[in-house]
Design a protein around this ligand. Structure first.
Ligand code: MN
Length: 134
């Protein structure tokens, strides 16, 4: 970790409380703050208001698809530069490609993931604390 490490806000859009907890814990370990959103319809307004440094986006939410929220972010000139990492359990490479294409997300992480995998993805966009997960 460098001396100029800055704590940033990472938004978790996820309806599953267990997954939410896992990601909250990991983000804390990586040195950042998390904001968790369960309600998909709330997500876009919260993103506009809070301008997180990175967004972790579940696709299967209760009320709306994470694909639609991500595309709305990417179509908004003021928000489009916020990196969105889609985190979802997707069966095939075709599904994955479709989600990436339709959502215009920056990155994709399959569930279930290892802590190191989430760390690697987030560290493409913001500095994270170095953690030995082994
Ligand atoms: Mn879900």
């Amino acid at each position: 970790m460098t001396a100029d490490f800055v704590v940033k806000k990472i938004m978790i859009v996820e309806d599953n409380p267990v997954n939410q907890k896992v990601m909250q814990r990991l983000i804390k370990i990586l040195g950042h703050e998390s904001i968790s959103i369960t309600d998909g319809f709330e997500a876009f307004e919260k993103i506009k208001l809070l301008r997180p440094a990175v967004i972790l986006m579940d696709i299967q939410l209760i009320d709306i698809s994470g694909i639609d929220i991500t595309r709305a972010v990417k179509d908004d000139p003021e928000l489009k530069d916020i990196p969105v990492i889609v985190v979802t359990a997707s069966a095939t490479a075709d599904d994955q490609e479709k989600i990436i294409r339709e959502s215009k997300c920056d990155d994709y992480l399959s569930k279930p993931f290892l802590p190191q995998e989430l760390s690697d993805k987030i560290s493409r966009y913001i500095a994270v604390k170095e953690v030995d997960f082994k």
